[in-house]
Write a protein of this length. Sequence first.
Length: 269
Amino acid sequence: MNGVVNPDTYERLSISARENGLYVVTLNRPSKRNALDVATIEELIRFFSGARMAGVKAVLLAGEGDHFCAGLDLVEHWKADRSADDFMHVCLRWHEAFNKMEYGGVPIIAALNSAVVGGGLELASAAHVRVIDPGTYFALPEGQRGIFTGGGATIRVSEMIGKYRMIDMILTGRVYQGQEAVDLGLAQYITEDGGSFAKAMELAQKVAQNLPLTNFAICSAVSHMNNMSGMDAAYAEAFVGGIVNTQPAARARLEAFANKTAARVRPNT
């Protein structure tokens, strides 16, 4: 591998390695409801820039304490009294972090609890799979704060739930939670027992067993293809499929299927 993850070099993130290349990355500012300051964004950029080359096969993303993430650290922002130029570049760093996540090719499973608000929702939307518990709630309160989104809500959140629902969330401060949030597309799973972390761990362990190149295609190429025209996406899909579907590492799995020794797809029970 061309890199290594050293958890000791991170302060805003708590990072722990599990088996089979799975890493748990936890926002570690519980006293601030894990609000995103400049230092946290820089650590997200650093980790996700080198994750794949360091052998990270999957990431479980969570928040320490009672909340996943309350969004932009508004106190830091207020105290900094930034110029428009300065804050534009802060926003660009947020985009850098979240693009590294979405397009980096490493599956990210987010375990969400309680507040997933403002920039916290923008962060969660950069994950590939989101798991909530019944108490998880989503909001974009920027309208009431006198500010505007700067970390991709207009891109990812509007893609998940639709432009006008996103606009309504910002304008009115509307909150979604529970099954309604899942039905709208803000998350893919909801747990009945309140254990979003346990369910996210189950999913992360499962996807970490996929071939890395296959996961890279799923967690990078799909997003790129959605940015293309239909004709270009079809060409790109064929090209990526040609590479991934003929990788030598897949031969044993295909052989197991051919020999009827591989696990079969079964209906839910």
